[in-house]
Design a protein around this ligand. Structure first.
Ligand code: ADP
Ligand code: MG
Length: 675
């Protein structure tokens, strides 16, 4: 441009007009000479930089450039000047930094052109402030970045569905979650192919429902994906559809969806659920166990009460029977051989024996029977009985024995166990009038201490198990509940005594075991007997010595201690007969008084149960304090009066069980005196 304002240029515009033209644009237009000094500065440039035109003309361009960019800018213009291109280069825009009068820097888009005016080259720089655009771009980039990071952090897979074209887009995370390779095309079909077939139709239907006419535009689902690695994952999908138009005209344009992998969350939920379920189950079990234990306790208490009653009756009637049998024996002694009353006598004696045997069974039930336990192998016992059992079962009932080898030894009265097996087998046979099968089985069991203590009131955990099961009629619950009671029978007067199971109950309990009935009407019955494992005991023989002839006395003095006058009289009479010199005391204290007189007493023969608080055992304790070597013999209708505690206190004390024969008395007295 010429320095001569007002001159008319070739296109008919005066220089002022041209300047006005340049000033009419908002862009900044600056021209520089080859020394980089400004020769033109339009009003756009004034507005942009804050300098007046007259402050800049003739000044170096550098004043408009931040210091740190000065060198680069100069280089740029130099290389531009050196380049072959002399044409205008509008359109080749660059971003540069400018400096306002205030010193503030700003971004500008610049295009530079090189021109030749009258042989001198000029550069024309057109600048546009892009600070705002840059700010918007920056904000946009920031927000895009933030979104991208959030999607990344949240492991959110994205998809987009263009309804018009049917095109789909799957983001990389979507593909990862869904298990799709990058090469697989993004289509509805590829996505659906990995949904288990049984879920596919419902999923598609609910997706469509969301964007079809009247749909909410919102789709949510949590479903399974069967990934190619045959791995089942859970995904949660949330999608939003954008529409165009209103009402019946509404069309779905695009649906954007977000997908998350919820497998782990579901797994955790499931684990929690499982734990809760297990816990609830354990609780239920515990409650059930407690209820069972409670019921068992009530039952045990009932049986104890019954035992007490039965035992009491048996004890008293034993005393009566002792008197009856003893007197009958003496009558027999005095009755001449061949006397007509002999047959009545024998019948009376037979009845007394039966009475005594009934008493024995009742005492067994009340756990007061004197047992003669030995360490035995249950299998041997059952095997020895097999033939007898088979015959007892009859034609139509088959007997099967399943005996586990190596059953533990157990300490029981072999006679009682034989009796128990026989009774159980006969009960089974009776329950199968049309025939069936009886199984006798043995095995070892170890109970958990909870079950042992709770359900069975047992101390130990190791037991030998004997079960006798049948395929018979079974029992209704009310019969099961009462089956162990003495005299409980459903078999009718002449047929059942109701003493089978009760005797077994008493014997097993007294042996430290337990017995239970499992039965259901029509399904048969299983009776289970648990007998404690014997540890560290050898085959201990009972103290019953056989084959001793009636031993006569040599005039020894025997003090009889017995509260029941009748029994005492009989005993005294019998002792006399055997050749002893009897003394009498009707209680423990009076026996001690006699003892304290200091006369020789060879043997004290005392009842165990006496009123007045001093039992035979207590008496023994007091006697031993005075005379440690005093010989004593006890007699009782019971065997144990307080669970064998007393017997433990005096293990050496012999007991003569009531009712006893004269021969028993003679033999036992001799044994004690000669020991
Ligand atoms: P009894 O056999 O003399 O009746 P138990 O004490 O042996 O006396 O049995 C009592 C009752 O228990 C029987 O009368 C019967 O009702 C029932 N019972 C016992 N064992 C069985 C069984 N194996 N099947 C069905 N009921 C039985
Ligand atoms: Mg029976």
């Amino acid at each position: 441009m010429s320095d001569n304002p007002g001159a008319i240029t070739g296109n008919g515009y005066s220089q002022e007009q041209l300047m006005a033209l340049l000033n009419s644009t908002v862009d900044a237009i600056i021209s520089i000479d080859d020394q980089h000094c400004m020769t033109l500065f339009n009003s756009g440039a004034e507005a942009l930089f804050g300098f007046r035109s007259d402050e800049t003309i003739g000044q170096p361009l550098d004043m408009l450039i931040p210091d740190r960019f000065r060198a680069t800018h100069a280089d740029h213009i130099h290389s531009f000047a050196a380049s072959a291109k002399t044409a205008r280069l509008m359109g080749e825009r660059r971003e540069i930094f400018g400096k306002r009068r205030s010193g503030e820097e700003f971004s500008a888009e610049a295009s530079i052109s090189k021109m030749n005016f009258d042989g001198t080259s000029r550069f024309v720089v057109v600048l546009r402030d892009i600070t705002q655009r840059k700010a918007i771009e920056f904000a946009l980039r920031e927000s895009e970045n933030r979104l991208k990071l959030a999607v990344e952090a949240g492991r959110i897979g994205l998809f987009e569905h263009q309804h018009e074209t049917g095109d789909w887009y799957f983001s990389p995370i979507f593909r990862e979650i869904w298990g799709l390779a990058a090469a697989e095309p993004a289509t509805m079909a590829t996505a659906l192919a990995l949904v288990p077939p049984e879920d596919r139709d419902a999923l598609l239907a609910s997706y469509r429902e969301a964007y079809e006419l009247g749909g909410s535009g919102r789709f949510t689902s949590e479903h399974r994906i069967l990934r190619r690695e045959a791995e089942l994952r859970w995904v949660a999908v949330n999608a939003l559809t954008l529409f165009d138009g209103e009402g019946a005209e509404r069309r779905a344009i695009r649906t954007i969806g977000a997908v998350r992998d919820t497998t782990e969350r579901r797994q955790r939920e499931q684990d929690l659920e499982t734990r809760i379920r297990e816990h609830t189950e354990a609780l239920r079990q515990e409650i059930k166990q407690r209820e069972t234990a409670q019921a068992a306790l009530v039952q045990a208490q009932r049986m104890d009460a019954l035992g007490q009653l039965t035992g009491g009756i048996a004890h008293d009637s034993n005393n009566l029977l002792t008197v009856i049998a003893g007197n009958l024996e003496m009558i027999e002694d005095e009755l001449p051989v061949g006397h007509a009353a002999g047959k009545y006598l024998r019948e009376a004696q037979e009845a007394a024996r039966m009475g005594a045997s009934l008493n024995q069974r009742l005492l067994t039930f009340s756990r007061r029977r004197k047992l003669e336990p030995r360490v035995i192998n249950l299998n041997d016992g059952v095997l020895a009985m097999a033939e007898l059992l088979r015959r007892a079962m009859g034609e139509t009932v088959t007997l099967t024995t399943v005996l586990k080898p190596d059953v533990w030894p157990t300490l029981v009265d072999p006679g009682e166990i034989e009796n128990a097996v026989l009774n159980l087998a006969i009960n089974a046979r009776d329950a199968m009038p049309a025939g069936g099968e009886v199984r006798v089985e043995t095995s070892n069991v170890t109970l958990s201490s909870d079950v042992a203590a709770g359900q069975f009131q047992l101390k130990d955990c190791d037991y030998v198990k004997l079960t006798v099961s049948d395929t018979g009629t079974g029992m209704p619950p009310d019969v099961v509940a009462r089956a162990f009671e003495p005299f409980f029978t459903t078999k009718g007067p002449a047929k059942g005594t109701g003493l089978g199971l009760s005797t077994i109950y008493g014997f097993v309990k007294q042996s430290g075991g337990h017995v239970t009935i499992d039965s259901e009407v029509g399904k048969g019955t299983t009776v289970t007997v648990l007998l404690p494992r014997a540890i560290g005991q050898d085959g201990r023989r009972s103290g019953l010595a056989d084959g001793l002839a009636t031993a006569q006395a040599q005039g020894e003095i025997v003090l009889v201690v017995e509260d029941n006058a009748q029994v005492r009289r009989l005993t005294v009479e019998r002792l006399r007969r055997l050749g002893y010199h009897p003394l009498e005391a009707e209680s423990g204290p009076s026996a001690l008084a006699i003892l304290d007189l200091g006369n020789r007493i060879d043997l004290i023969f005392s009842d165990v149960v006496m009123p007045g608080g001093l039992s035979g055992y207590d008496l023994a304790t007091l006697v031993r304090q005075r005379l440690p070597s005093q010989r004593m013999l006890l007699t009782s209708g019971y065997t144990f009066d307080n669970d064998g505690q007393d017997q433990k206190r005096h293990p050496d004390l012999r007991i003569l069980r009531k009712p006893y024969s004269l021969a028993d008395l003679a033999k036992t007295l001799r044994e004690v005196l000669d020991a």
